[in-house]
Design a protein around this ligand. Structure first.
Ligand code: PAF
Length: 284
């Protein structure tokens, strides 16, 4: 695997791959790769012949009091994992390449509606930062396919809408959440948890799963059900940021007639913000 840090070197490699008739996939990441990321790489390899992974901890998507400085940076380990996984090219642009004139003066990609509420409500500007950096990475790499994880469900919806609205030819493929054996969704932020917090963390998934079971057994009093779930989460030692039921894909508010739903939550454990979701079907 080759690691490149400039657009010229990147384009040289992707240009050669294209000349060889290879389909190119991009997996955008912020590094500190775990099994969840590696499943994205695996998915990319199933959809393309030449897999590019980018690692860039994007300051534009972090709020002023968020974990930009402490976000784990583990390049050597990431390179080893990607090499073993058959990734062809790693692109690790620096901040000066991504935002040469600073972030304040950079144009922003704003995706209305779907980026509002949920994580967008708690993290103002977050999805503008994500949409902007993903647009830049797609323009730099010009892949046929880009792969994103379903753990960041709202992010995936934002990116799908952005590319549809802008008539992008890039095909988006999503990959399912990878979980630890106790149900906790893998995330680089799990590394912030101490042993006691780590023990409590699976309650987030358990709580979502229990709500899904209740709905699939016939409950339709969604407001009361969500309040109950939030209280159960709090009783398990997590501080719910949001816990909501939406229509799958569109993220429109769920109604009693919706047949494909997604339950999404964010919760704080100490200073660590965890997110999770489950998409599921209901009988009308
Ligand atoms: O999901 C992530 O790791 C990031 O939000 C992404 C898509 C790489 C953009 O910085």
């Amino acid at each position: 695997m080759i690691t490149v840090t400039t657009i010229e070197c990147l384009r040289k490699q992707t240009g050669q791959a294209r000349k060889n008739g290879q389909r190119i996939a991009l997996v955008p990441t912020m590094g500190n790769l775990h099994a969840g990321h590696m499943s994205l790489v695996e998915t990319a390899r199933q959809h393309a012949d030449f897999t590019v992974v980018s690692i860039f901890v994007n300051p534009l998507q972090f709020g002023p009091n968020e974990d930009l400085d402490s976000y784990p940076r583990t390049l050597a380990d990431d390179q080893a994992r990607l090499t073993a996984a058959g990734c062809a090219l790693l692109f690790t642009p620096g901040e000066a390449l991504m935002y040469p004139h600073g972030m304040e003066n950079h144009c922003l990609v704003h995706v209305p509606d779907v980026s509002e509420g949920l994580c967008g409500g708690s993290r103002p500007g977050h999805f503008d930062g994500v949409a902007t950096v993903v647009t830049k990475l797609l323009n730099m790499v010009q892949p046929d396919v880009a792969v994103f994880g379903e753990k960041d469900y709202q992010q995936l919806a934002v990116i799908r809408k952005m590319l549809a609205d802008l008539n992008s030819p890039v095909k988006i493929v999503s990959a399912p959440i990878v979980r630890d054996s106790d149900g906790l969704a893998l995330s680089s932020r799990n590394g912030y948890l101490d042993a006691a917090q780590r023990k409590k963390a699976p309650a987030l998934h358990a709580c979502l799963q229990q709500s899904v079971t209740r709905i699939q057994s016939g409950r339709r009093d969604y407001d009361i059900l969500l309040q109950q779930a939030a209280s159960e989460l709090a009783a398990a030692g997590l501080h719910p940021d949001y816990l909501e039921l939406r229509e799958a894909g569109s993220l429109k508010p769920a109604t009693a007639d919706s047949t494909r739903l997604v339950i999404l939550a964010a919760a704080l454990l100490g200073n660590t913000r965890l997110i999770d979701n489950i998409e599921f079907a209901v009988q009308p």
